[in-house]
Design a protein around this ligand. Structure first.
Ligand code: HEC
Length: 163
């Protein structure tokens, strides 16, 4: 073989080595995504049954009303506003955006002379600016005027248990 031939053979070998390296690289890159497709597509089976029983319970006395009130209190959002829980803790002394409502049934009785605790709580929900708790700005708590009278009753009944 001549020198020219050797050169040709070497060049060919070099090309093959390059081609192999490229293949090796790309084949390992194409293998990875194949596994990801095995994700399970379940989760579409949730029964929307709860609502009706909740409403049927409404006539079921004070205890149910309190329970419903507690649920509403923890619901977020509530109607078209942020839920009560976003601003009110039920732990004594824990101030979020608004005052803690621990013991509110007791506090409420003393807020406005001549107004019962129940009336005061109801007013706090529907007209929060009628009486503004000292140390808090007016207009921060939204008025929950889009709640039904039953929902307001339930919230009041729940808060009246926090003595
Ligand atoms: C965006 C925050 C915010 C949300 C949401 C909120 N509140 Fe308030 N709330 C306040 C602030 C601030 C005050 C104190 C100022 C005032 O009296 O308006 C307050 C005051 C009160 C008071 C009077 C407390 C007292 O010590 O006299 C009651 C009762 C009350 N809120 C109940 C509720 C209930 C029930 C909900 C849900 C239906 C609710 N709040 C949602 C901010 C909020």
């Amino acid at each position: 073989m001549t020198r020219k031939h050797w050169f040709f053979v070497l060049a060919l070998l070099a090309l093959m080595a390059l081609a192999l390296a490229a293949c090796g690289g790309s084949s390992s890159a194409t293998q990875a995504p194949a596994q990801e497709e095995a994700a399970p597509a379940e989760k579409a089976t949730e029964a929307p049954e709860e609502k009706e029983t909740e409403e049927a319970e409404e006539a079921g006395g004070e205890e149910d009303l309190v329970k419903k009130g507690e649920e509403l209190f923890n619901q977020n959002p509530l109607g078209s506003n942020a839920g009560c829980v976003t601003c009110h803790s039920l732990e004594p002394g824990v101030q979020l955006v608004g005052p803690s409502l621990a013991g509110i049934a007791t506090t409420a009785a003393e807020r406005v002379p001549g107004m019962s605790a129940e009336e005061y709580i109801r007013q706090s929900i529907l007209e929060p600016n009628a009486y503004v708790v000292e140390g808090f700005p007016e207009g921060l708590m939204p008025a929950y005027t889009d709640l039904s009278p039953e929902q307001v009753d339930a919230l009041v009944a729940f808060l009246m248990t926090l003595k």
